[in-house]
Design a protein around this ligand. Structure first.
Ligand code: GTR
Length: 326
């Protein structure tokens, strides 16, 4: 009996150490979107390139559709090293890394091109530094277009049309303020819960870019998409700092290059997907309208800046750096 127990425990030890060797090389990656979404395709391409250039020393894997948890949970998991890497939107990041809230100020970027100029230069570096202090290494920046409101009730033409409507927002108090300023009600909620909440009338609407509005099937239940372009939020391809520390300098350089290649691919696929998603939702009966005067929405949300700067005077220079970017 004792002998059997001993043999069993020896083999458990052998199994555990074999498993930890395998785990040392596997980088589990969190992805919120389905497999065919530009971000997920780019993540898979990063994973393949990293496995190749490190000759299998590091094999990143991609768990799509948010199956490893909501975005706020996944951010914590990357910080703790429980997850090795991910593609995160900077919206929910603001609750953990205050500097990234600058990116969630409505109308902070003039357009997507300006966002890329800023994020690929010194401004992006300032965000990378802030993320790194929180245990997250941003290797490259993805596109997520611009976000607009959609709802189940009616087209929005002016800020007054938002009054009384209940919108889902991402987990960030700035978005609650944003909807408040328009006279609507905001409910922070995980992305995965939005479809059902729209369907059952728990909320009247949400806000997102075309590809997410389409791929999440929200367009099936919320037919009115009104173009406000109030948020242009970059996303990162990020690695856990604790995992990154264990990588050799040579592999780090190759992985960084793979992340830059993945970002280039993502941005290209993104442009194609935006056009395709718009076609899909319109063909399915979505009513897409331009708001009458986007500046009226911007003006209504303007007080958020003064509140934000008075709470974070140290971040005013970062706002100015963005505004001064070509
Ligand atoms: C998408 C973004 C996701 C997630 C989602 C949301 O555009 O790519 O990371 O933030 O929006 O609204 O929660």
């Amino acid at each position: 009996m004792n002998k059997i127990l001993k043999i069993a425990s020896v083999s458990i030890v052998a199994l555990t150490s074999a498993a930890s060797i395998a785990q040392a090389a596997e980088w589990r990656g969190w992805a919120i979107h389905p497999e065919d979404y530009p971000n997920t395709v780019a993540m898979q391409s990063f994973a393949d390139q990293v496995a190749e250039v490190t000759e299998g020393r590091i094999t990143p894997t991609v768990y799509a559709n948010g199956i490893l948890g909501s975005q706020p949970d996944a951010i914590e998991q990357v910080r703790s090293g429980a997850l090795a890497w991910a593609n995160f939107n900077m919206g929910p990041m603001g609750e953990i890394v205050p500097a990234t809230n600058v990116l969630s100020l409505p109308f902070i970027f003039r357009d997507v091109e300006q966002m890329h100029h800023a994020m690929d230069g010194d401004v992006g570096q300032q965000f990378s530094d802030a993320l790194s202090e929180a245990g997250i290494v941003a290797l490259s920046w993805f596109d997520s277009g611009s976000r607009s409101f959609y709802n189940t009730k009616k087209p929005i033409h002016t800020p007054a049309d938002v009054e009384g409507l209940k919108f889902r927002v991402m987990n960030n108090d700035l978005y609650v303020q944003m909807v408040d300023q328009l006279g609507g009600n905001a409910t922070p909620m995980a992305y995965g819960e939005v479809y059902q909440s729209l369907q059952t009338g728990v909320i009247d609407g949400a806000e997102n870019n075309y590809p997410s509005y389409e791929s999440s099937n929200h367009y099936e239940v919320a037919k009115y998409y009104s173009i406000t372009n109030h948020l242009i939020l970059p996303e990162c391809l990020c690695v856990a700092e604790s995992v990154w520390e264990g990588v050799s300098d040579e592999d780090k350089a190759a992985i960084k290059e793979a992340a830059m290649d993945a970002a280039q691919l993502q941005r290209q696929l993104w442009a194609e997907r935006e056009a395709k998603s718009l076609e899909v939702v319109e063909a399915a009966g979505s009513m897409v309208n331009e708001v009458e005067d986007p500046a009226a929405f911007q003006a209504a949300m303007e007080p958020i800046y003064a509140n934000f700067i008075s709470a974070h005077p140290d971040l005013e220079s970062l706002i100015k750096d963005i505004q001064a970017t070509e």
